[in-house]
Design a protein around this ligand. Structure first.
Ligand code: ADP
Ligand code: MG
Length: 319
């Protein structure tokens, strides 16, 4: 197969249509028609073999995930996914691999309504770059800046599952059979909180998606917002799978410093708390209040009302 055959067979034929795509794959550029009064949100992520994923990752999971991590960035800004390009660098033309990769990729694309409108295909060490474009009403995007003293901090979903899932995959841990698949899927098939992000547009003062782990990602939000925060680690949402598989302190380590949760962390002013319950119930997403924005610029953690230190639970070991 030549480059254009790969594109035609695995990518062009599968790309869904959107009415706002004037011209998709096949010309020198794609043409799209942005909606009136909307801004375009653009984000790009590269996954490199040996750096961001292990060579033994199932290609279907890799396809899904290379889109999901980009969708998570749109989610945290409250943008609605629209169009994307895919730059694929592959060491060889492995049709079985391409079939599985494109299946995972288009499963995510279809589910989230995003059209593949172009890309590039080259030979080299395996890497995948997706550039995603979303739309958000102008002036309404959520950013990392904007959180105010007293705002409440929330996260969606549960934390730490993905990182425990990776440890399972790498054979560093074992868990009860009943939790095995759930945890591995949380690592391979994260759920970008796209609808939740859009619901939060009018409610949250700031938001970020959790890719590196709560304890490290929250610092970006605090810095941009020029505030501090207090988190009650006793409130962190932990799945039964995580809680039942490791000690409580280990569970907290996974939740605080395990990466690749792709959940949202967001701040909500007191006055919006009521509306938040309704909006997120509607989006069908679990969310948990974990703390509050404070003056200053520090992140402080507490447990049972007392100061809590990450070093007490071997945080460095995990980070
Ligand atoms: P050019 O030489 O003008 O860059 P290419 O031969 O690289 O053109 O690509 C031809 C068309 O196929 C373009 O529309 C491009 O966007 C698209 N394309 C190339 N690779 C991919 C890919 N991996 N996925 C989707 N579209 C692709
Ligand atoms: Mg090209």
């Amino acid at each position: 197969m030549k480059e254009f055959q790969i594109i035609e067979h695995f990518f062009n034929s599968r790309s869904q249509n959107r009415r706002d795509v004037e011209l998709g794959i096949g010309d020198d550029c794609a043409l799209v028609q942005p909606a009136i009064n909307k801004s375009i949100a653009i984000s790009c992520d590269t996954l490199v073999e040996g750096v961001h994923f292990y060579p033994d990752i199932p290609p279907q999971a890799l396809g899904y995930k290379s889109l999901a991590v980009n969708l998570s960035d749109l989610a945290s800004m409250g943008a609605e996914p629209a169009w994307m390009t895919l730059a694929l660098t592959l060491p060889d033309v492995d049709e079985a691999w391409l079939k599985e990769f494109s299946k995972g990729f288009f499963d995510a694309a279809q589910y989230y309504g995003v059209a593949l409108i172009g890309g590039d295909t080259t030979r080299g060490p395996r890497s995948i770059t997706v550039t995603i474009n979303g739309q958000v009403p102008t002036g309404k995007a959520l950013t990392r800046g904007g959180a105010q003293n007293g705002d409440w901090l929330y996260v969606t979903g549960t934390l730490g599952d993905s990182s425990l899932g990776l440890d399972l995959i790498r054979g560093k841990r074992t868990v009860d059979a009943e939790y095995h698949e759930y945890l591995i899927n949380r690592h391979y098939y994260p759920s970008p909180r796209v609808l939740a992000g859009q619901s939060l547009r009018t409610l949250a003062s700031a938001a970020i998606d959790l890719s590196d782990g709560l304890a490290s990602d929250i610092k970006h939000l605090l810095k941009q917002s020029e505030v501090g925060a207090m988190i009650d680690v006793g409130q962190l949402p932990l799945s039964a799978a995580l809680k039942d598989s490791v000690t409580h302190d280990e569970a907290l380590s996974y939740a605080l410093s395990g990466g690749e949760d792709y959940e949202l962390l967001f701040a909500v002013p007191e006055a919006q708390k009521g509306a938040l319950e309704t909006a997120l119930a509607h989006a069908g997403v679990q969310f948990t209040q974990i703390g509050q924005i404070t003056p200053g610029d520090k992140l402080r953690l507490k447990r049972n009302g007392e100061q809590f230190n990450l070093t007490n639970i071997g945080f460095e070991h995990f980070s």
